[in-house]
Design a protein around this ligand. Structure first.
Ligand code: FPP
Length: 249
């Protein structure tokens, strides 16, 4: 598959939805769908590496997902453990930096430890920044960033008049990474589901009926091509955007 000629999105985030329905259509348990979803994660990582996307953030487990049947939550935790044991070395060899973002303290010690070890192991890599959002919620992210700002005020390091977007931005989970360019949701629902709320401000949204286990490199390329056709105006009018494009330097 040839790489895209246009500049690829710097940062893609994906809500990987549809594992359960994919499994149901095959008369299999939901965990079967999640397992197939793991293979789609591999596909998309390969696709990003090929197409020069430098940052990929995947929503693997929301703070609301704890409410699912205990059996499914247990199967997902098992899956994360297995994925970490099997995939980290290969990701490392491919130059992928792995980060888990979210409230990690809620996970069992063995899983938590593996997450930390995987982050340490891959910390020096820079080819692709792969962020896995687990026990993550967009509102939680904003609250924890606000708490950091409040703490700086209490310590006397920051004056209340000096609180601007930038101060909050710096406290968000993905602070030092490029801004989110493209948000993808598979599985046919058109909602954001408490994913990167703050970071979505100027992202392009792409919704597809494809169920996550069927999402492959061609699907990713399709989404990127769709993104390449968008005009990003950031509040300006079309003529201004085109003028900026044609002005040299
Ligand atoms: C949503 O589909 C999917 C999840 C809650 C889990 C996502 C997990 C994976 C893709 C597993 C692999 C991940 C990693 C990082 C190894 P759903 O169950 O809500 O599907 P439905 O809407 O069809 O019921």
């Amino acid at each position: 598959m040839p790489p895209q000629s246009a500049t690829p999105p710097r940062h893609i985030a994906i809500v990987m939805d549809g594992n359960g329905r994919w499994a149901k259509a095959r008369h299999r348990p939901r965990s079967f769908g999640h397992n197939a979803g793991r293979k789609a994660v591999r596909e998309v990582v390969e696709g990003c590496l090929r197409q020069g996307v430098r940052t990929l953030t995947l929503f693997a487990f929301s703070s609301e997902n704890w409410q699912r049947p205990q059996e499914e939550v247990g199967a997902l935790m098992e899956l994360f453990m297995r994925a970490l044991d099997k995939e980290v070395e290969e990701l490392h060899d491919q130059g992928v930096r792995l980060r888990f973002v979210g409230d990690l303290g809620a996970f069992d010690t063995p899983l938590h430890k593996r997450m930390l070890a995987a982050m340490t192991r891959t910390a020096g890599n820079d080819k692709l920044h792969l962020n896995i959002a687990v026990n993550y919620g967009g509102r939680w992210d904003i609250v924890q960033a606000a708490r950091k700002v409040a703490e700086a005020v209490v310590r006397g390091e920051l004056h209340i008049n000096d609180i601007h977007e930038q101060q909050l931005d710096q406290g968000m989970c993905l602070a030092e990474l490029p801004p989110l360019d493209l948000f993808i949701r598979t599985g046919g629902e058109s909602r954001v589901s408490n994913f990167l709320l703050w970071q979505l401000a100027y992202a392009e949204l792409y919704f597809t009926e494809t169920l996550w286990p069927d999402f492959d490199q061609a699907s990713l390329q399709h989404a990127i091509e769709d993104y390449a056709r968008r005009e990003r105006r950031y509040g300006r009018v079309s003529e201004q955007v085109n003028q900026t494009r044609s002005t040299p330097g």
